[in-house]
Each structure stands twice: as C-alpha cells, then as structure tokens.
Design a protein around this ligand. Structure first.
Ligand code: OAD
Length: 228
C-alpha cells in the first residue's frame, strides 16, 4: 500500500467554524498570540490562559468535522494514510482518521507542570487554577506554546521521509519546524498544496498547487487519487 502523508493546519478546520491564526489582523479569537499562547503568558497570568483554552475546548463541543476531514478518512480505503496536524482540535479523530499525530498538542489533554510525562485526557471542557496533577502541581493545557520545543517533530520528520505522496492542506507554512517537514519528503514523491491563498513555498520539486478550500479542492484531489 502506498503511504500518503498529510500535513494539515488551521485551514482544514475553517469550514467547521474554527478560526485560523493569521486571517484576523494578527488576532486569534480576539487575542494577540503572545497574550495567550506563550510560556511567558502562562507565567504572567494562569487564569487568562486557562480561560482562553477553556473557550477553545468549549467551542470544540459545538463544531463538527467537515468534508475535508471526511475525505481523508475515505483515502484510507486504498492508502496507508498518516496525518500530521498542527491543529489542537480533535476533528480528524472525530471524522474517523486512524493515524493522527499532533505536532502542537491537543486541546482535550492537559499535563502536569512538574512532570511533562504526566498527560491526562480532560473529561470536561474546563481546566481551572487549583486543578492539580497526581504530584500536586498545577495542570496546564497540553499545547506547544510559541518558544517551546516541538517533541513530535522527530517522529513527524521520519514519517514525512517515508511519504510516497505528500499533501499539505490549510496551513500558511509560516511556522517552523512544521513548515520544514516538506523538505524531508523524497524528491520524487508528488506533493500537493491545497489552500485558497496558496503562495509559492520556496522551490519544492514535484509540487502541484490547488488554490481551493479543503471542502472542494481536497475532496476533488482525494477522489482523483482513489480513482487512479
Ligand atoms: P494559519 O492561520 O497560519 O494558516 C491557515 C491557512 O489556511 C492559510 O494559508 C489560509 O489561506 C488557509 N485556509 C483558510 N481557509 C481554508 C479552507 N477552507 N481550506 C483550506 N485552507 C484554508 O494556520 P497554521 O498554518 O495552521 O501554532 O498555523 C500554524 C501554527 O501557528 C498553528 O498550529 C499555531 C499557530 O500559531 C501553535 O499554536 C503553536
């Protein structure tokens, strides 16, 4: 079975009603990123950061996967599909995709501030000041904030290096190290970029740009790949 690796970003969840990061004048859900998504922000104000991620988690209860997410599930009929997502939502999993690697963490999980290996699934949408891990330290969102290491980049690079086909969907390709994953893909492997505002991403060989939304462009691409 051929291996298809998909690198997804905020754009694939846009048609589900989740905001992308760079489309609202630099604001993300009315906040500047450095106010809510950095370690400094967390040190400055636990409550503001917890409240922000509580809102994101609550929003997850109201949204559903869209045609773009479902098309990637369909792709599993004929291909070994591995998704590498920068998204912290769980819409790929809820659509039914089997192999999803989260590069930037997961909204539905929290972790200890004393021991990063203590990661828990959160049952409700709410995490509050005073919610502690089993070692007695404050729990924090299981999110990779700006300036923090991206531990999953190592397995993601290996997966990308094994891609027979590589699909990039809904990401501005501006945030590293995620944007550098395409450089690990073998030169001969076809690469596709689905994004209505796709800009040229450096010189990448064998790249086809599909300047459409995921709900149309990705769905068409999947149908073509399944038909061939
Ligand atoms: P961005 O907001 O930077 O880019 C979203 C991309 O999706 C843009 O290129 C849009 O043109 C495109 N887009 C919008 N609607 C779309 C649709 N319906 N179908 C397909 N594409 C669409 O989001 P990311 O690239 O995901 O990191 O951002 C990367 C990282 O920066 C995020 O994971 C997050 C952020 O700050 C962390 O939180 C660590």
């Amino acid at each position: 079975m051929k291996k298809i690796v998909v690198l997804s970003g905020a754009g694939i969840s846009a048609e589900s009603g989740i905001s992308t990061f760079r489309d609202a004048g630099g604001l993300w859900e009315n906040h500047r990123i450095e106010e809510v998504a950095t370690y400094e922000a967390w040190e400055r104000d636990h409550e503001l950061v917890l409240k922000f991620y509580n809102q994101r988690r609550k929003q997850l209860l109201e949204v559903k996967p869209n045609a773009g997410h479902y098309s990637l599930v369909k792709l599993e009929e004929k291909f070994d599909v591995q998704i590498i997502t920068q998204n912290v939502d769980d819409l790929h999993e809820r659509a039914g995709s089997k192999n999803v690697l989260h590069l930037h963490g997961e909204l539905r999980k929290v972790r200890s501030t004393a021991d990063p290996n203590l990661v828990y699934k959160l049952d409700s949408w709410e995490l509050n000041k005073g919610d502690l891990c089993e070692k007695g330290s404050q729990l924090r969102p299981h999110i990779v904030w700006f300036g923090e290491a991206v531990p999953m980049i190592v397995p993601a690079a290996k997966i990308s290096s094994e891609a027979d086909i590589f699909i990039v969907v809904g990401t501005s390709m501006l945030v590293y190290p995620a944007a550098g994953l395409i450089d690990y893909v073998p030169v001969k492997s076809p690469k596709y970029l689905v994004d209505p505002n796709a800009r040229e991403i450096r010189h990448i060989s064998n790249l086809t740009v599909i300047p459409e939304k995921a709900g149309t462009g990705l769905v068409k691409l999947v149908d073509e790949l399944l038909a061939n």
